[in-house]
Write a protein that binds this ligand. Structure first.
Ligand code: ISL
Length: 552
């Protein structure tokens, strides 16, 4: 039995503040910019925002390197701007979820600066500062250790050289973090997305990583921290010390956590996380983000059938395709963008009708795609830049460039396309990163006026989901499970049943018995169908007898 909760019913929307809306004309998005777009989000049907980091930061990893947890980065505005954002959101009955980055801080955080100064400092043990490095590698290329000659110490950083890993074994550090979390919750923040939270517990002594696993995964050492010995204890403590007293919502970013461990992390009775992000669907099996390949949606079909049947029975699932760390899903599936509109609508249909909470990423509601970058100098992301250098040592420059082009996180970080104006209506100045370049045909302004647009489709679907308990809390049942290229399922609750049929291929598909999808549905009340070339993107409320004929 599912307990009804606001975050199960909500549609979340992730904002990457640098790229969403520039309010002060400096080419970088900011808080006043976000405030100016709240009515747009409300109209779309968004219930809660997740903001990527807006805290004071030197910006080595666009804010995921925090210098001061309790200060707003001046690029984004002031604490007054933040307070206003929160007030304006709550006035619209919307909620705010902040990014909680506590696996690491910036090397410019005062804890780290103090830690380096003296072995007597209470902060020395807040980080991993040792006489000898181990063989772990960083996610952003090279060794995971920096050398600090002043003290002849090595410091651990799983991410960039300026993102120093925190030592969660230290109880004082943990209390400092809980205090900071409570401070934000006192302000009225509704919850947190916990950045790489499954990496916070490292195996005692930081043993060397296995080189076989390292070669396989591309990162050495990961087996010693991706599901560390104290992970569950830490999460339960965060929950008890900070979240529970405020009834704060939590969603963990948990790369590499499979279904079994994910169930433990999100099991209600354990008091750890409300939800988590699994990333297993983002690349088809045998592929990694920087591979050049076309994503086969049949893989997604098998993934969701598996998770809906074996995870969603006890845990509540998050549903997403895009975020700030991945190329756009539309481009992964359809490199030539031949079926851009249809594909965007079909992915919307699936996301809004599966059992779980949808997380939209800015621009997804417009059908935004990857940017056709031509030069390495146009990339901004520390991961892309470091990886390019690393690859160039192993292969021709052209080949290295193609890999970066395939996997760069910058594809999702281009400016939000508000209008056809120069700067996409995002900024009056030159944006900090080039736009996709297709804002003349793809922007919010024209899509708002077009009832057939991807944006209108999202808006209608979100509205339908909101008023239809069967689409939120209803059971889910798949049919034609082995059938390739077509995805069929029903959602049902208390006598109301919805049938969802999606064509996963570029060709027309027939249902068993050779009935074209469109014909078999004639006479049914179709609530949100899209007549398009792919044929068979349908959601309908239907009488039980149709289900029988489908099963036959
Ligand atoms: O980088 C990875 C491996 O290539 C990812 O699996 C990585 O663990 C994951 O994307 C972590 O992301 C989060 O933490 C990073 C930050 O750069 C990302 O933007 C953030 O979403 C470090 O804070």
């Amino acid at each position: 039995k599912i307990t009804p909760t606001w975050w199960k019913e909500a549609v979340f929307y992730q904002i990457y503040p640098r790229s969403f809306m520039d309010g002060n004309g400096d080419g970088v998005g900011d808080l006043p910019g976000i405030i100016s777009k709240l009515d747009y989000l409300k109209e779309l049907g968004v219930d809660a925002l997740w903001l990527s980091p807006i805290y004071d930061s030197p910006g080595d990893d666009n804010g995921y390197d925090i210098r001061d947890y309790q200060k707003i980065d001046s690029q984004f505005g002031t604490m007054e701007d933040f307070d206003l954002l929160l007030t304006e959101l709550h006035a619209r009955n919307m909620r705010l979820v902040m990014d909680l980055v506590v696996n690491h801080t910036s090397d410019e955080h005062h804890w780290f600066k103090e830690a380096l100064k003296s072995s007597e400092s209470t902060y020395r043990d807040y980080y991993f500062l040792r006489k000898e490095p181990n063989n772990w590698t960083s996610f952003f290329s090279g060794s995971a250790w920096n050398h600090y000659p002043e003290e002849d110490l090595w410091g651990l950083h799983l991410f960039s050289k300026k993102q120093m890993d925190l030592n969660w074994e230290n109880p004082k550090l943990r209390q400092d973090i809980y205090q900071m979390i409570r401070w934000w919750l006192e302000k009225g923040v509704d919850g947190f997305r916990l950045d790489v939270i499954n990496y916070i517990s490292k195996e005692t002594g930081l043993p060397d990583g296995d080189s076989f696993i390292g070669n396989l995964m591309g990162f050495t050492g990961i087996e010693h921290y991706f599901y560390g010995p104290k992970l569950h204890n830490h999460l339960q403590e965060i929950q008890k010390e900070a979240f529970t007293p405020y009834q704060a919502f939590s969603v963990g970013e948990t790369p590499g956590i499979g279904m079994k461990m994910g169930k433990l992390l999100t099991d209600d009775s354990r008091g750890e996380l409300n939800m988590m992000f699994s990333f297993d669907h983002l690349e088809t099996s045998g592929h990694a983000r920087f591979d050049q390949y076309e994503y086969d949606l049949n893989y997604y079909k098998s993934y969701i059938m598996d998770w809906m049947e074996n995870f969603a029975d006890t845990s509540w699932m998050s549903l997403f395709y895009d975020n700030h760390d991945n190329p756009r899903m539309l481009s992964k599936v359809d490199h030539t963008h031949t079926h851009r509109q249809e594909l965007a609508k079909m992915l919307a249909m699936i996301q809004m009708t599966l059992k779980g909470t949808p997380f939209l990423y800015q621009g997804q509601e417009l059908g935004m795609i990857n940017k056709d970058f031509h030069e390495i100098s146009n990339f901004r992301d520390v991961e892309s830049i470091n990886k390019y250098k690393e690859l160039c040592e192993k292969m021709p420059k052209e080949e290295a460039f193609l890999q970066i082009l395939a996997g760069s996180r910058d594809h999702a970080r281009t400016p939000m396309q508000w209008s056809a104006k120069p700067g996409c209506g995002f900024s009056n100045a030159v944006p900090w990163i080039d736009s996709d370049g297709d804002e003349l045909v793809c922007n919010a302004e024209i899509q708002m006026q077009d009832s057939e647009s991807v944006l209108s489709f999202y808006r209608d679907l979100i509205a339908l989901r909101r008023k239809t308990p069967a689409l939120i809390y209803g059971d889910i049942e798949f049919t034609h499970k082995k059938r390739k290229d077509i995805l069929i399922y029903t959602r049902y609750l208390e006598g109301e049943t919805y049938l969802i049929i999606c064509n996963l291929s570029n060709d027309e598909q027939k249902l068993p018995g050779n009935v074209p999808v469109s014909e078999s549905l004639e006479g049914l009340e179709s609530l949100s169908a899209s007549a398009d070339e792919r044929k068979g993107l349908v959601l309908c409320n239907y009488p039980a007898k149709v289900m029988k004929s489908l099963r036959a």
